[in-house]
Design a protein around this ligand. Structure first.
Ligand SMILES: NC(=O)c1ccc[n+]([C@@H]2O[C@H](COP(=O)([O-])OP(=O)(O)OC[C@H]3O[C@@H](n4cnc5c(N)ncnc54)[C@H](OP(=O)(O)O)[C@@H]3O)[C@@H](O)[C@H]2O)c1
Length: 266
């Protein structure tokens, strides 16, 4: 498994992590992923999967990197502190590696949210601060309220079919050494299974490159994501075989020419 730096820190994280939204696979797929080096697990208070993540990492807490999120509904100062306590209990751990704001919510002053996150970091409840679904402007504003910490990651939608972040967010994060955690990197499975939702031309190119590289379409789609600097991907699978397949999207690279062909087709 290839590693990438987490933001501007010395910490290295795997370029393929394990998503758990709508996850129903029990502990086996997560344990298999960890064995294969996908030691970053993504969850959230709103996913109701922190408890199964806690079970999967029992006895190996120090080998895994847990990212979890405070809901956009709990962004008042006390709400953030309470949500973090709840996540620690569900995860059965005494610290969170990366704590993200799940989505921005103008209903709550971001200054208070960032102060609460800073307090949690000061107290060792979590190690690193991140955001999710934030625009460049929202990231800059959030960062302006942090005195002693840097936002190390923004978790956003990114896959071959959804490339909006390439306009400004991706270049901004690359320039400022902020890790993009690409969510829904398989476009909910559409990029993995030859879905009829995919236009024929896109499907043909994906299939062609899968054959050339002797990889699967899912692996090509994930490798395309992680071929970008500062981008890691967090596919979700309930299944041990597909988790294994997704982890094996790392350790090799699409050629520049193959990446160009995908960029043109999508
Ligand atoms: N921050 C946010 O707002 C946000 C939003 C959405 C997602 N996320 C995070 O990102 C993670 C991934 O995104 P996602 O779950 O939306 O979508 P995804 O990972 O793009 O796709 C998951 C779907 O693809 C299927 N799949 C996975 N691997 C496959 C493979 N190798 N071949 C064929 N099908 C495969 C899964 O089915 P099986 O399970 O049956 O294998 C599932 O139906 C989430 O779990 C969550 O952790 C964050």
């Amino acid at each position: 498994m290839e590693l990438k730096p987490l933001g501007n820190t010395d910490v290295m994280v795997p370029e393929i992590g394990l998503g758990t939204w709508s996850y129903n696979g029990g502990v086996a797929p997560l344990k298999r992923g960890i064995e294969l080096g996908a030691t970053l697990i993504d969850t959230a208070e709103g996913y109701y999967t922190e408890d199964i993540v806690g079970k999967a990492i029992k006895g190996i807490r120090d080998r895994v990197f847990i990212a979890t999120k405070v809901s956009g509904r709990h962004l008042d100062y006390d709400g953030v502190l309470r949500a973090a306590e709840g996540s620690l209990m569900q995860l059965e751990t005494d610290y969170i590696d990366l704590y993200l704001i799940h989505w921005p919510n103008p209903h709550f002053p971001i200054k208070d949210t960032m102060r609460a996150l800073e307090k949690l970091a000061d107290n060792g409840v979590m190690k690193y601060i991140g955001v999710s679904n934030f625009s460049v402007e929202e990231m800059m504003e959030a960062q302006s309220y942090l005195r002693n910490y840097q936002i190390v990651s923004n978790q956003v939608l990114y896959n071959l079919n959804s490339r909006e972040i390439e306009y400004d967010l991706l270049p901004y994060c690359q320039e400022n050494k902020i890790t993009i955690m690409a969510y829904t990197p398989l476009d909910n499975g559409n990029l993995a299974s030859g879905s009829h939702f995919l236009k024929r031309r896109k499907l043909n190119v994906l299939d062609e490159i899968a054959k050339e590289t002797k990889k699967t379409m899912a692996q090509v789609a994930l490798n395309w994501c992680t071929s970008h600097s500062y981008v890691i991907a967090i596919p979700k699978s309930d299944n041990v075989k597909r988790t294994t397949e997704n982890c094996q999207a790392s350790g090799w690279r699409l050629s520049k020419e193959q990446i160009n062909r995908l960029n043109e087709a999508f």
